[in-house]
Design a protein around this ligand. Structure first.
Ligand code: ADP
Length: 265
């Protein structure tokens, strides 16, 4: 805990003394530290691909100038590094947009079942290319929530993409939607949407930190898979705005289940 202390001398007709004023600045300091860490992380994440691109440009201008095979190979790497920077900037913009919207509650009714089906349709080709599939189980009825549809689409896209990415080759991702008459935290009826993979699972010590910006269990693996380290932070912020939350259940070697809990309209 950090305090700012100010001292002033009090000198009136009736009172004489010294006034000490303690202000708790712990939160301000923590917020400042988080902002500094964030800027340092963003700079590092952008600089790594940029350094690679600059290195390859130098090689193409110098030693590899007359080597057409090297041209193709280096240009491919540069394109993939540039896409990485593009994804990172896209995720940073999403995060800042969600933070900006945070105070405005969404007002549009949305059929969550239709939205999940559409997210699955968009990703089924990616799943099939990896020899895997996405299965969906839900009761056949309109499931209305009040939500921003683009943001909700991003939540389920991020979770299903992660399940496919970390689930590995041939993974089977199961998505389910059910409802509860009373969620204990929300104290009202809610929908529970789960995304389960049969991947490597997550050591429980990492679970509380997964939604922190740039927190990755294995940075090398995440980057190799095209991850920015911001996906779950975006999910968390979007769910906060919708009065929802994310629950993560996982065991090492036992796969993972990410459950989104959202209030019913
Ligand atoms: P990234 O872009 O690195 O995937 P996320 O914020 O989406 O970032 O996820 C944070 C970290 O959580 C990932 O780097 C990965 O280590 C872990 N993670 C997320 N989803 C899964 C999953 N389904 N199985 C195993 N690990 C996961």
């Amino acid at each position: 805990v950090r305090y700012d202390v100010t001292l002033s001398v009090v000198h009136t007709e009736t009172v004489e003394g010294v006034l000490m004023c303690f202000t708790d600045v712990t939160h301000l300091q923590q917020a400042d530290q988080m902002r500094r860490d964030f800027v340092a992380n963003v700079s590092h994440e952008l600089r790594t691909p940029l350094t690679a691109i600059l290195g390859f440009i130098e090689t193409l201008q110098g030693p590899a100038r007359d080597d057409p095979q090297a041209h193709d190979r280096f240009l491919n790497i540069m394109a993939s590094e540039a896409s990485r920077m593009n994804r990172l900037v896209g995720d940073l913009l999403s995060l800042s947009r969600v933070e900006e919207d945070a105070r405005m509650r969404p007002t549009t009714p949305l059929d969550i079942d239709a939205l999940i089906r559409s997210a699955i349709r968009n990703l089924s080709t990616v799943a099939e290319e990896n020899g895997g599939q996405i299965l969906y189980a839900a009761p056949e009825m309109p499931n209305l929530i009040t939500a921003d549809s683009d943001q909700m689409m991003q939540v389920f896209t991020n979770l299903i993409e992660n399940a496919l990415k970390y689930g590995g080759q041939g993974t089977e991702v199961k998505v389910s939607c059910s409802e509860t008459r009373r969620d204990a935290v929300l104290a009202q009826p809610a929908f529970l949407i789960s995304v389960t993979d049969n991947g490597p699972g997550i050591d429980p010590i990492h679970i509380p930190r997964l939604t922190e910006r740039f927190y990755r269990i294995d940075s090398h693996r995440s980057r190799e898979m095209g991850g920015t380290g911001l996906g779950l932070a975006i999910v968390k912020h979007i769910l906060n705005r919708h009065r929802g939350r994310l629950k993560v259940e996982s065991t090492l070697d036992g796969g993972s289940t990410f459950t989104v809990i959202l209030p019913k309209s």
